[in-house]
Write a protein that binds this ligand. Sequence first.
Ligand SMILES: O=C(O)CCC(=O)C(=O)O
Ligand SMILES: [Fe+2]
Length: 203
Amino acid sequence: MTPIPHSIISALETNGYSIYDDFLPDSVIRQLAQEARDMAAAGTLKPARVGLQAQSQRDIRGDLTHWLEDRGDSPAQQHYTHVMNELCGALNRSCFLGLHTLETHFAVYPPGTAYGRHLDQFRDSQQRIISSILYLNDDWSASDGGQLRLYLEQPERPHLDVVPHGNRLVLFESARFWHEVLPASRERISLTGWFRARDPSPL
Ligand SMILES: O=C(O)CCC(=O)C(=O)O
Ligand SMILES: [Fe+2]
């Protein structure tokens, strides 16, 4: 069992979001980044879709994605899914969120691309409860751009810009925070996941 630092959970409980550095071993982050770059080079990543209006909204989202298999296809992906399952259990024990599954994709944003302001929970579905992003970038600095801009609903601090440093984990309540990805001058890589509640049972 991998212990999950309590500060991740307590920040999420207090603020509705959490930012935690050095989440996984650096070697795992490097391996995951390499796998994403290899897929980008091989042309196996797909342009991301935005809900049902994918055609008309293509320009609001410039990343290329690859969905992970449930257990992960490589030792590094298996490490990630194992720790995220532990995190799921810890969130359920502390916050009673009833999280059931995690869906995750690699996301590669070519230089200059972005993802416009949006909410992760689709209007017709309540199932995405917690959004999670694990950044896989080497030596990122704020001047490279690519910040995740989280709109905090606070008059004194309308938004928070999160620099996508490698091995930084960001969690936030999917239905609560509008957010966007600012364009970067470099390729920007991440593993983006959503903890979902159980599918509602049919009536
Ligand atoms: O990569 C990020 O910082 C956020 C990505 C995002 O908002 C999404 O994929 O829905
Ligand atoms: Fe999002």
